[in-house]
Design a protein around this ligand. Structure first.
Ligand SMILES: [Fe+2]
Length: 279
């Protein structure tokens, strides 16, 4: 088994069949995941049961509240875009589940049906985003907390992102679960629970405000942090192939699913693993 760092973010792991891992291979994969924030595998052939078994080795599975589920495996959320649909899921920089008090650790995404071209996913390292901030900004954000919410994305208000978009009907739902979810705060800089490294933990989709700041000051700081974090040299553009698997950590990365394959169907199976409170 070989672990190769990728330019920008993440690592590719080759020479391994993740259905049959030795104890040493599993430990090395877990360490690579903590170190790099996202790891990629090629040429795997996972059944749904294999996918579930691999994810369960890392922790309990989170059943998604908002995504359409696989009809036989509730543990598997479908990330789907039909050929006649225009809106994809996750089509902007974001971190899954930051709106939860204990955000999910990460997800294992398996390609099931890919367009002939396009549909790449970008991953950005929030370790690198933090490490490369200037000293004054690091000092300014140390000790700050930010508010995160799901309401404006998944809630029932007419102008909310997926609700306002009829094209996602049947793929994204359960607005009531977002409406009742209390907004939460997390530190702007977290100490990663697996690696012990510092990571920037705000994201353009679910972070609504810097706690204790005026709207103006909050939005000025967030825009500045986002502009820095989304620099292309902190990111890796992953090209999916049949048999590709990506396993990312929500606490150490952002991701962005490109929506450049209209007229073709794309289906991914996602399993999400529970996480913990962040400090
Ligand atoms: Fe996502």
């Amino acid at each position: 088994m070989q672990i190769t760092s990728l330019e920008g973010a993440g690592a590719e792991i080759t020479g391994v069949d993740i259905r049959h891992l030795s104890g040493a291979e599993f430990a090395a994969i877990r360490q690579a995941y903590a170190d790099h924030g996202v790891i990629f595998f090629r040429d795997q052939s996972l059944s749904e049961d294999d996918h579930i078994a691999f994810a369960r080795r890392f922790g309990p599975i989170n059943i998604n509240r908002f995504f359409l589920a696989h009809e036989r495996y509730p543990e598997i959320a479908l990330v789907l875009k039909e050929k006649e649909q225009k809106t994809n899921i996750g089509g902007g920089w974001h971190t899954d589940h930051s709106y939860d008090a204990e955000p999910a650790m990460g997800s294992v995404l398996v390609a099931r049906q890919l367009p002939d071209a396009g549909g790449d996913t970008w991953f950005a390292s929030m370790y690198t985003a933090y490490d490369t901030l200037d000293a004054a900004t690091k000092e300014e954000i140390a000790g700050l907390r930010a508010v995160h919410s799901a309401k404006h994305i998944f809630g029932s208000a007419q102008n909310n992102f997926y609700k306002a978009n009829e094209d996602t009907g049947g793929r994204i739902g359960n607005t009531a679960a977002a409406d009742v979810l209390e907004d939460v705060t997390h530190p702007v800089v977290i100490t990663h629970p697996l690696s012990g490294r510092k990571a920037l933990y705000v994201n353009p989709a679910f972070t609504t405000k810097i706690a204790g700041y005026s709207e103006e000051a909050s939005s000025a700081l967030l825009m500045r942090l986002y502009a820095h974090a989304m620099k292309p040299d902190h990111a890796h553009r992953f090209k999916w192939r049949d048999g590709s698997v990506a396993f990312w950590d929500n606490r150490a990365t952002w991701h962005w699913a490109m929506n450049d394959y209209h007229g073709e169907r794309r289906l991914m199976h996602r399993i999400t693993i529970e996480g913990c409170a962040l400090n």
